[in-house]
Design a binder for this molecule. Structure first.
Ligand SMILES: NC(=O)c1ccc[n+]([C@@H]2O[C@H](COP(=O)([O-])OP(=O)(O)OC[C@H]3O[C@@H](n4cnc5c(N)ncnc54)[C@H](OP(=O)(O)O)[C@@H]3O)[C@@H](O)[C@H]2O)c1
Length: 267
């Protein structure tokens, strides 16, 4: 467990994972980070006591696991610099859309775990979809699960293409929730509440309803029907939503997100 782990890119997602690793007892001295941005290196040093590298070098060869946490568009360039040192390691990617065979080609390692986290990972309440290539053994899967555990929940998928659906649901999902909160805040303001009051009501409602749905044995539609008496206020709202085709539009929106994820992966 305490073999060296290297992060290529030390931004938001890397810091969420590194914070969890150190809290779970991994020594900072066993974590390598390659990060070209001096301000970001300074942040990693002061926040975690790390000594980040400005560029890839032979020290990377000590890492048994390499975590790719750069933006997808810089992966090829970053991988070219790292490839001479990382071919024997397990490759773990948080990069959206970069396929496992591209990672294998660029790093020389067949053992790849692709993941799709989401932004609530930054506060330990994320959910990540994970896919392992056939060369990843059970011990490596367990190591990756432990890496993500402090960031929230994890869900393994058996087919790599399913990560595109994961991207559409939970990867992009926080934005949909913020979008609905925006609409509720707008409506609340139009009805005379202050923005702060409307925001508090909307956010607590999302958090509470999500917690109730997770704890209840009932399906979301049964829970919805429970609070929708005929002729009542909720019924008026749901009828207006259905008349406007909101659910159908929302389903189409997720298909669009899935299709875009697949397209980016082919690029
Ligand atoms: N944030 C999320 O919640 C989230 C969720 C799901 C998936 N992801 C995925 O995770 C990946 C990383 O996202 P992020 O939010 O952590 O991005 P980020 O905060 O921008 O972090 C990326 C870091 O990598 C550095 N970098 C750039 N080129 C590099 C190179 N050649 N070698 C090493 N490091 C390099 C960047 O430095 P510079 O600033 O100097 O460029 C930056 O500090 C993306 O693929 C994203 O799609 C993120």
């Amino acid at each position: 467990m305490n073999e060296f782990m290297a992060f290529i890119g030390g931004g938001n997602m890397a810091q969420a994972l590194i914070g969890g690793l150190l809290q779970s007892g991994r020594p900072a001295a066993s974590v390598l980070v390659v990060e070209p941005d001096p301000a970001q290196r300074e942040r990693l040093a002061s926040r975690f006591g790390l000594a980040p590298l400005a560029q890839a070098g032979p020290a990377l060869a000590t890492a048994r696991t390499v975590v790719w946490a750069v933006k997808p568009q810089v992966f090829a360039e970053a991988a070219a610099a790292c490839a001479p040192h990382v071919g024997g390691a397990l490759q773990v990617s948080v990069m959206a859309g970069v396929r496992s065979d591209s990672i294998t080609r660029a790093t020389g390692s067949a053992a790849v775990v692709r993941t799709m986290p989401n932004t609530p990972a930054l506060i330990g309440q994320g959910i990540a979809g994970l896919f392992a290539s056939p060369a990843v053994d059970a011990a490596a899967r367990a190591e990756v699960a432990a890496l993500f555990a402090p960031t929230g929940q994890a869900l393994w998928v058996d087919r790599e293409d399913d990560l595109d659906a994961v991207t559409a649901l939970s990867g992009s999902g926080p934005a949909y929730v913020f979008y609905f909160i925006e609409a509720m805040v707008q409506a609340g303001s139009e009805m005379g509440l202050s923005t702060e009051q409307a925001r508090q009501l909307a956010q607590a409602t999302f958090a509470g309803a999500a917690a109730l749905a997770m704890q209840s044995p009932l399906s979301p539609s049964a829970l919805r029907e429970q609070v929708t008496s005929k002729g009542g206020t909720t019924h008026a709202a749901i009828t207006a939503l259905e008349a406007a085709g909101v659910k159908a539009a929302f389903v189409r929106a997720l298909h669009a997100a899935r299709d875009r994820a697949a397209e980016l992966g082919r690029a």
